[in-house]
Design a binder for this molecule. Structure first.
Ligand SMILES: N[C@@H](CCC(=O)N[C@@H](CS)C(=O)NCC(=O)O)C(=O)O
Length: 223
């Protein structure tokens, strides 16, 4: 029996879990919830995750929430390349990167993107985003440096949970940079390859992965 993955379009946490399932080769039933219809707050989903947050995974009677834990659970199910490394040393590296991404990269990306992505951006949205740019470029610079001489953030021959944890935030950044509120802002992230060529090549490697298209946020295709 395949697992069920509950997710929402555009949620970076859900996206990383879908990428991990595809890469690890875990068959899953897709349960796409509509945020606008508040399906994540409906009793049927609250019975799965009382916190009303996606992603969530159902594996028989077992429920797993929190994207990092879900990726770990998927690692135990699939037969593709390991998501958390094959040795203790590799696991340490993957967790080190996941931790950095989930604290520092996420905060830096949200600092820039939140003002730009607001449904009704405030008049000072660009100024707020601009103030957050130094922290963002510090993080992007570190990702760029890590990718010197290796294809994946934690090293190794295949993408790990660390790569899947990070990718949605880079895509979110590219999307925010194209928003009207970002016009005139010298954000330095679009096109990504201009300042971060290794990071852009890393994005392209993940985009070329079989199954990537199935994970792409459906509502992003509409613009
Ligand atoms: N720490 C959680 C974060 C999950 C999360 O915040 N999900 C958001 C979507 S990006 C959500 O479901 N929000 C709905 C809500 O809080 O009402 C994880 O890593 O899975």
């Amino acid at each position: 029996m395949s697992v069920e993955i509950y997710w929402g379009s555009g949620s970076p946490y859900a996206w990383r879990v879908l990428l991990a399932a595809e890469a690890r080769g875990v068959p899953y039933e897709s349960r796409l919830l509509s945020f606008s219809a508040k399906e994540h707050r409906a009793p049927a989903f609250l019975a799965i995750n009382p916190r009303g947050k996606v992603p969530a995974l159902k594996d028989g009677d077992r429920i797993v929430t929190e994207s990092l834990a879900i990726m770990h659970h998927l690692d135990g199910l699939g037969s593709g390349p390991a998501l958390f490394g094959a040795t203790a040393e590799e696991r340490t590296r993957v967790l080190e990167w996941c931790s950095r991404i989930m604290s520092d990269l996420e905060a830096a990306v949200y600092g820039v993107c939140r003002p730009l992505m607001a449904a009704k951006p405030e008049a000072d949205a660009a100024a707020k985003a601009e103030a957050a740019l130094p922290a963002l470029h510090r993080e992007l610079g570190e990702l760029e440096a890590a990718l010197a001489g290796q294809d994946w953030l934690a090293g190794g021959p295949a993408p790990s949970a660390a790569d899947f944890a990070a990718l949605p935030f880079i895509k979110y950044l590219e999307r925010a940079a194209g928003k009207e509120a970002a016009r005139g802002l010298d954000h330095g992230v679009e096109p990504l390859a201009a300042r971060y060529p290794r990071l852009a090549a890393w994005v392209a490697r993940i985009e070329a992965m079989p199954g990537y298209e199935r994970t792409y946020p459906p509502h992003w295709r509409a613009g």
